[in-house]
Design a protein around this ligand. Sequence first.
Ligand code: HEC
Length: 112
Amino acid sequence: MKSALIASLLISMAGGAAAEDTPNTQGEQIYNKWCAACHAAGDAYPGTLALRAKYRGAVPDTLVERRDLNPELIKYYVRNGISVMPFFRKTEISDAELDALANFLAKTPSAK
Ligand code: HEC
């Protein structure tokens, strides 16, 4: 029983490493590191609350559920900030990382 669990864990880890590009795990990791603290789902996140107030249900308040964002727009907000959202420097999120992040959020193919 226990060894079966360990074996399945190892398989899922190996699978994650092999399928580096699909799904976009790098973009998701960057999102979790820098964005989820404000944009995760729920009532405890200032970004989510601000977007809920801004769009009043016209689009999802949670960034990862949006289908209307394009990579260029996301990159603009990340490099420039908006309202209380800070901008992020290239020493924090490199251009390559920002590409992965923007493609993750915009649901565009990560290989670009
Ligand atoms: C300190 C909290 C905070 C962090 C961290 C943060 N944001 Fe935001 N973000 C906000 C707030 C608040 C808004 C809404 C600003 C406004 O009033 O328009 C926002 C707005 C946005 C918007 C605009 C959406 C729209 O339709 O207007 C995008 C895109 C966005 N954030 C992406 C990101 C990404 C990507 C990251 C991670 C790199 C991130 N944010 C990190 C707080 C944050």
